[in-house]
Every structure is written in C-alpha cells, then in structure tokens.
Design a binder for this molecule. Structure first.
Ligand code: GDP
Ligand code: IMO
Ligand code: MG
Length: 422
C-alpha cells in the first residue's frame, strides 16, 4: 500500500513543487489532483529552474509517469505551452503524461469571464486563469470534459447550452461582445487532435496502477486555507486542495493512502486578497519578501508576507490529518535577530480556541506572538539535522509540539538536495 499525498497547509506556494520533486525519487507515478494553471510549482535542479502549472512535478525526473487527475481543470493552451517549455529544456514528455477522461477543460471564455469578474471592487485577486468559471460549469453540469471532445453530438449540444447562458450574461450583465460558438467549437476541434494521445479511456487508471503495485504520489495545488470548503471563503480557489480533493480528484479509495504530508513554509505568505492575521505590512514583511523571493510563480505578483500562524496550521492539520510536515524556506529566516510565531488569536480581548471560518471575524482577530531568538548564521543548503543551529531546532521543536505532527523534511534552500530528511 503506497500512496503519498502532498498537500499545501497554508495559502499556497509553500514549496510543494520542491517537495514533490524530492519525494518522487522513490515513486513510479505522480498525479495532480485539483486546481489548474493557477498553480506555479517551482523546482530547481542543478541551478536550472522549472515552473510547472498543470503537469505534475514528477515530470522533471525521468521514468515517472505523470497523470492529470479528474479533479484538475485543464487549460489545453497552457498545457501545450508547458509541454513545449519542457521539451525545450530537454525533458522528455512523450509517453509520460496521461489525462483522465473525466477531467474538465478550461476554455478561452472561462479566462475572459474570470478577468471580467475581477474588475469590480469585490475582487478575489484570482490568477485570471479561468479556474472559478471552469469549476462553475462543472458543477452547473455544462462543463466539457476531455472525453467529450470525441462525441460530436454531445459536444455541440453542451456548448450551445453553455453559451446560451454565457451570452445572455455577456449582453445584460457584463456588457461585452458575445462569445462565438463557431470559434469555440473550432478551438475544441483543433485541440482534440493534439490532446488525443494523452487522454486515457479508463478513468480508474490510478487505482489500476496501484493494484499493479506502483508507488503513487498525489500532488495538491494551492493550500488548505484556499480550499473552497475549508478555506477563507470567499477568498479561496474553486477546488479542494485538502485531502478529500486527493480522493475525488484521482478516483482512488481513501483506504489506500499511506501518508499525508503537509508542506509548510517556515513563515506565511498569501497572494491575492482576503484575511491574513499575521501579515506584516512593514519593513519586516518587505525583508521576508526580498530574502524569500516571494513573488508569484504564475502571475509574478508580490506575495504578502507574515509570521508563521499556528492557529491556522493547527486547523489545517486537523482537517487534513497530516502524518508529517515538510518545513520549507527555514533558511529565509536566518537573517533575522528575532522571529515571531503566532500561538493564538484574540477576539475582543479573549483568546479563542477555534479557527474562525468567516472572514469578518478573521479580519478582526489579534494574533498573540511568542518571540524566538534568531540563529545568526546561514543555514542555506544544510543537509544534516546535527548541523542546524540550536535556535533553529528550538523553532522547529516548538512547531512540532504545538501541531503534534512530526517534521520529517526540512528544506534549507531551493535546490533539490538542499534538504534535511529526518
Ligand atoms: P508551490 O506552489 O507550493 O510549489 O511553491 P512555489 O514554487 O510557488 O513557491 C516556492 C518558492 O520557494 C519557489 O521559488 C521555490 O524555488 C522556493 N523554495 C522552496 N523551498 C525553498 C527553501 O527551502 N528555501 C528557499 N530559499 N527557497 C525555497
Ligand atoms: P500553488 O499551487 C498561491 C489564489 C489566488 C487567489 C485565489 C483564487 O502554486 O500553491 P484562482 O485563480 O484560483 O481562482 O484564485 O487563490 N491562488 C494561489 N495562491 N498559490 C497558488 O497555487 C494559487 N492558486 C490560486 O491568488 O487569491
Ligand atoms: Mg506556487
């Protein structure tokens, strides 16, 4: 029984790409289970940078089969661009990528609608990749799945019904030109020829590979606090990055999961709008952004930075059931004399013992901090736990004791091997 799940425990960009790449050395198959080209997963191998949006992070290693799960919304244009980028960078992709037949597609009009929705004052700060509108169509039962590309009657009918609604909105609500049925259908015909070789017929292939004894890693995108059910709604993405998404998004039985790893940045970042209790809107926040190079891997936007938030992390561990944590970017804190961790939230002067799920409350909580002494020396690239300065160990032990989950991986740099494995 071997299915490892890698889940982001915060607001995304925790370093999932690096951790997936690291662990995938010992697996046969990597499956992305949700999200779409809103993700940006960065991997550095021998100083060469790869940013993956849709294709599982296992692609960077040879011989790993990469599967795009049905929980993903796949933008064919972004997919082909990524294939080209990989091939240009000498990564062999042929016969290594499969798309489940029930994976929904992101179409050009989804991206237009995403951007139109973001024009008002009440924006979410989305990545503009059409994610929300594509998942809306999925749940509206007007979405187009990979397999539907090969059923002309169904495809034409569903596209007509879909665009009838979209175009009524285009005219009366968005006040933009109608979306063209012909050009969308032409786009679908064009991409289906190119997508054909990747789309499998059997939607249970992940389960089948598991039965054949293959070791499988399920790769999450975004993070628990961006989950549409459990995150800081409405400032969330439109899928389930949490553990449930790994099951529905790949079609494997939940009993087969052997380990759930929560990837956790040693501090917090958030890109896009929404509450962020430990945000540092000051020089310290700017310092962390510069040292941590906290700029979006997909949109290039500066990420909001703040101290590690234990109430949020505890909540994340509770809903995901983490077996272990992978702490990333500890090296980024090495420059600091003092480092804080938020240990609790106060609401109206009283400590609260739950994570508030409504944003109005979350905007109003006051973080309670515990201050730690810095370690005053670079830890970049360290590979052995014994090499970590005592104060860095204290910082990590405090996290373990509070979250009650063992830290099994400590990342000390962006390179693949800049890692301590415990
Ligand atoms: P993901 O979306 O969770 O895969 O994370 P991103 O790739 O969007 O952002 C993480 C960033 O931190 C990337 O630029 C990584 O190369 C980088 N990174 C990952 N782990 C470490 C680490 O331990 N130290 C440093 N300095 N950078 C890291
Ligand atoms: P990875 O996988 C960080 C954020 C957006 C916005 C919200 C909704 O790299 O960790 P969407 O485009 O999904 O409708 O935007 O979610 N967001 C991410 N933030 N990392 C990501 O992915 C994200 N994907 C979406 O900034 O706040
Ligand atoms: Mg990212």
């Amino acid at each position: 029984m071997s299915v490892i799940v890698v889940v982001g425990s915060q607001w995304g960009d925790e370093g999932k790409g690096k951790i997936v790449d690291l662990i995938s050395e010992s697996v046969d198959v990597v499956v992305r289970y949700q999200g779409g080209a809103n993700a940006g997963h960065t991997i550095f191998v021998n100083n060469k940078k790869f940013v993956l949006h849709l294709i599982p992070s296992g692609i960077v290693r040879n011989n790993i089969l990469c599967i795009i799960g049905n929980g993903v919304v796949l933008d064919p244009t972004a997919f082909f661009e990524e294939l080209e980028f990989l091939e240009d960078n000498k990564i062999k992709t042929s016969n290594r990528i499969l798309i489940l037949p029930n994976t929904h597609l992101v179409l050009p009009f989804h991206k237009v609608i995403d951007k139109l929705n973001e024009q008002g004052n009440d924006k979410i700060g989305t990545t503009g990749r059409g994610i929300g509108p594509a998942y809306t169509d999925k749940y509206y039962r007007l979405g187009i799945r990979a397999i539907d590309l090969f059923n002309d009657d169904y495809l034409i009918n569903i596209l007509k019904r879909n665009l009838a609604i979209k175009n009524s909105l285009a005219k009366s609500y968005y006040e933009v030109n109608e979306f063209s049925f012909e050009s969308t259908l032409n786009y679908l015909f064009e991409i289906r020829n190119k997508l054909k070789e990747y789309i499998v017929k059997d939607s249970t292939i992940v389960s089948r590979l598991l039965e054949e004894g293959k070791k499988i890693l399920l790769e999450g995108a975004q993070g628990a606090l961006l989950d549409v059910d459990h995150g800081t709604y409405p400032f969330v993405t439109s899928s389930n990055p949490t553990i449930g998404g790994a099951i529905t998004g790949t079609g494997i039985p939940s009993k087969r999961i052997s380990e759930i790893i929560g990837v956790t940045k040693a501090y917090c970042t958030r890109v896009g709008d929404g509450p962020f209790p430990t945000e540092l809107n000051n020089e310290m926040g700017d310092h962390i952004r510069e040292y941590g190079n906290e700029y979006g891997a997909t949109t290039g936007r500066p990420r909001r930075c703040g101290w590690l938030d234990l109430p949020a992390l505890k909540y994340s561990a509770k809903i995901n059931g983490f077996d272990s944590l992978a702490i990333t970017k500890l090296d980024v804190l090495s420059q600091l004399d003092k480092i804080s961790i938020c240990t609790a939230y106060k609401l109206n002067g009283e400590i609260i013992d739950y994570f508030p799920i409504d944003t109005t409350t979350l905007y109003n909580v006051e973080p309670v901090y515990k201050e730690f002494e810095g370690w005053g020396t670079s830890i970049q690239g360290l590979r052995k736990i014994e090499q970590l300065p005592a104060n860095a160990r204290k910082y990590l032990e405090f996290i373990e004791e509070n979250i009650k989950v063992k830290i099994k991986i400590i990342s000390t740099g962006f390179e693949r091997n800049d890692t301590i494995i415990i």
